[in-house]
Design a protein around this ligand. Structure first.
Ligand code: TC6
Length: 700
């Protein structure tokens, strides 16, 4: 198949790429572009050239699957230089998403026409790199330094309407069938004028002194903490401001190669593909039937139920909220409206849109009102008996074929399903709080869940803009099952020698949004306390948690009461080390006969992350997760694991599984409560393999 072909209309050549699905700039595309552009430039029958793409989008970027492999010529910078140097005008015709290398190709063209719905962007930073085909040099020249800096460092997709205002797009067209004619017309008009090269535009460097860039650095510091590429991007734009094009391009190349050599780029690339793998489910194909979801019932209008409901309303789906009391229902709907109105204040919604969204909500106190819902999700109190009562009611009222879902974060979905006469319609949909914000959705496939129910849930996750990861039934599914080990190891780190703030600082510096003990305070220490009371002291490591239980018994239940592991000033959420807690920890360690010996930050992190990895490997071996990369997606999207580390399983791969096994054996020797090393890690390590190898060998 020829991925690049040319036709001539009048005296205008149209060079078209056709490389589905997203016209990634693979070697064949790059080679074809150089060949055709050079041929058309040399053809006397041609006065100007249009570059366009077939299918759903203009080039969506470099071909990411080629990264990390030996480079193949021509490089993208070669392509871009060939196009810009062409002596005949070159016009880019943009539709879909012209991203990364795709936008760089467009910037090397002399003029740009775009379909009004198109988006442009330089999202390379999200892959741990920078726009290394001249994007950092050309975009500031044509779009302005402030705009380019923001675009390159955020990686955000930009509407061409905005890019047009910046001067980066010359013309917009409304309809898809006008795009090519408009590009041909513009090319014809520009024949007499000749090329206008982006690289020739000069920047008023006086306006952009070091103080300007330092102020920008400070403004993004919180968002970019721990990431390598954003600073490289800033340095590259500084080079565009301070150097002539040729020098700036050299600086860009050097900074780009440094990014490529940094492990963060492999980790972020892993996350990119991992997120796209999650919807590949054994036994589910495009042909698997789907159920139609037009109306969703939500049981429980509390924070969770309201948040869940917002996702569906946002996707244009009608929602019926059920509560037991009118005042609780009114309160729930009021909170939802309040959430939307906050978006009005921040400019993301208009009041008209809020009314439109709220019109999709109906409230009820009666289960019978759920009888026409296609999907019903319960978000009631986390107790098996209550869940069973709810599902018995649903079994009574739900129409035939309705999907019945539980938002439980721990409980056995098989047992819940067995309380109905239709277990094949039952599934777990575990949202994360705040449910209207957090991207993760654990989709729990129970033993009897029908394939079409699962396929519908996977599609629905995409529709409501979640990343849906399928998990099997086990206590806490993927995320919370692993989290319990992380919580345990953090508690042990405290009782055996480190202060809570040292444990938290170590994991914060690793890249977690907050430390585990701050997180425990936020969640409420009483939750773990009640759980431990219910399972009994013989069933958990009491040494790890008695100090936390003492805090709860002293009324220190966490942030919500202004005191937990930490102290909190009135109205503040900022944790402050607590003398009270320190005293309790001292007393407890004496009682247990522990000589407190603090560990270095690196040792704290190693234990916390390898506790996650060891449990993750057990989950994987039991088939409760389909891929190690699914576990990484869960951790990055639901638990704040830094994407630049690629998730716990990728991180373990980067350490080497052999080293991981040795470490784990060391920890077990130190403390038998670590349990056993997951046999899967031992096996992979012995074979010299990684979790990525496991995923490849078990690909669906
Ligand atoms: C760059 O350009 C660097 C330049 C400097 C060099 C010197 N390559 O996301 P979807 C695949 S860096 C290879 O589900 P959507 C994707 O894996 C790049 N493959 O679709 C999936 O494959 P599957 C800068 C790619 O409609 C399929 O296409 N560009 C690439 O929800 C469909 O993808 C970016 O970072 C690629 N570049 O979203 C843009 N892109 O079906 C990355 C996609 O086998 N891409 N695939 O699973 C995107 O953001 C989105 O794919 C989208 C389309 C917005 C283009």
């Amino acid at each position: 198949m020829t991925v690049i072909s040319s036709t001539i209309e009048g005296r205008i050549a149209i060079v078209t790429a056709d490389n589905p699905p997203v016209n990634a700039l693979s070697q064949a595309v790059r080679e074809g572009l150089v060949r055709e552009v050079q041929a058309m430039a040399a053809d006397d029958a041609v006065d100007a050239i249009v570059i366009a793409c077939a299918g759903r989008t203009f080039f969506a970027g470099a071909d990411i699957t080629e990264f990390g492999k030996p480079p193949m010529n021509p490089s993208l910078p070669d392509v871009v230089e060939t196009i810009e140097a062409t002596e005949k005008p070159v016009v880019a015709a943009l539709h879909g998403t012209a991203l990364g290398g795709g936008l760089e190709v467009a910037l090397s063209c002399h003029y740009r026409v775009a379909l009004k719905s198109a988006k442009v962007g330089l999202p390379e930073v999200m892959l741990g790199i920078l726009p290394g085909a001249g994007g950092t040099q050309r975009f500031p020249r044509i779009a302005g330094v402030e705009n380019a800096l923001d675009a390159i460092v955020s990686g955000r997709h930009i509407s061409v309407v905005e890019a047009h205002k910046w001067g980066a797009v010359d013309q917009l067209v409304e309809d898809a069938d006008q795009l090519l004619p408009a590009a041909i017309k513009l090319a014809t008009e520009k024949v007499s004028e000749g090329p206008r090269r982006t690289g020739d535009i000069s920047i008023d460097s006086g306006k952009y002194d070091p103080a300007f860039f330092n102020a920008f650095r400070a403004s993004v510091a919180k968002k970019t903490r721990g990431y390598f590429a954003p600073e490289q991007c800033i340095k590259a734009v500084e080079a565009a401001v301070n150097m002539p094009l040729a020098e700036g391009l050299k600086a860009e190349r050097r900074l780009f190669m440094e990014c490529m050599g940094n492990p963060q780029s492999a980790a972020l690339r892993h996350m990119f593909f991992a997120e796209r793998q999650v919807s590949r489910i054994p036994g589910i194909t495009k042909e698997t039937p789907r159920r139609d979801i037009k109306k969703v019932g939500i049981i429980g209008a509390g924070t969770m139920g309201g948040g869940i409901a917002m996702n569906f309303a946002n996707a244009g789906i009608e929602v019926m909220m059920l509560e037991l009391q009118q005042d609780a229902l009114d309160r729930g709907l009021k909170v939802v409206r309040g959430n939307y109105e906050r978006s009005v204040k921040s400019g993301r919604l208009t009041m008209g849109q809020v009314d439109e969204l709220m019109a999709r909500f109906t409230g009820t106190l009666s289960y019978d009102a759920l009888s026409d819902c296609d999907l019903i999700i319960e978000a009631v109190f986390e107790k098996m008996e209550i869940k069973k009562q709810v599902f018995a009611e649903l079994d009574r009222v739900a129409k035939k074929g309705a999907i019945l879902a539980s938002n439980t974060s721990y409980l056995d979905i098989d047992e819940i399903a067995a309380s109905t006469s239709r277990p094949e319609d039952v599934i777990g949909l575990h949202f994360f709080s705040p449910a209207n914000v957090m991207r993760l959705l654990e989709i729990v496939r129970a033993e009897k869940t029908a394939d079409d129910v699962l396929a519908t849930a996977v599609d629905l996750a995409k529709k409501i803009k979640k990343v849906g990861v399928v998990a099997g039934v086990c206590h806490g599914f993927i995320g919370n099952r692993m989290l319990s080990k992380y919580g345990w190891v953090s508690a042990i780190s405290v009782i055996s020698g480190n202060k809570p703030e040292e444990v938290d600082a170590a994991l914060f510096d690793f890249g977690m949004p907050m430390g585990p003990l701050t997180m425990a305070d936020m969640a409420g220490l009483d939750i773990g306390y009640m759980n431990r009371q219910s399972i009994g002291r013989d069933n958990y490591d009491t040494r790890a948690f008695d100090w936390q239980d003492k805090l709860v018994e002293a009324g220190r239940k966490g942030l919500k009461v202004g005191a937990g592991i930490y102290d909190y000033d009135e109205g503040s959420r900022a944790p402050k080390p607590s003398a009270f807690t320190e005293n309790i920890i001292d007393e407890e360690s004496k009682r247990l006969g522990i000589t407190r010996t603090p560990k270095a930050a690196g040792d704290i992190v190693e234990r916390a992350i390898l506790a996650l990895v060891n449990e993750g490997a057990k989950i994987l071996a039991e088939g409760k997760a389909y891929r190690a990369s699914d576990i990484d997606v869960v951790y990055a999207n639901g638990y704040g694991f830094p994407p630049f580390r690629g998730g716990p399983m990728h991180y373990a791969d980067s350490l080497g599984l052999d080293a991981v096994v040795k470490k784990l054996h060391g920890f077990i020797k130190e403390d038998s409560n670590w349990g056993t090393v997951a046999p899967l890690i031992e096996k992979l390590a012995a074979e010299g393999k990684t979790f990525a190898d496991f995923d490849r060998e078990n690909a669906a």
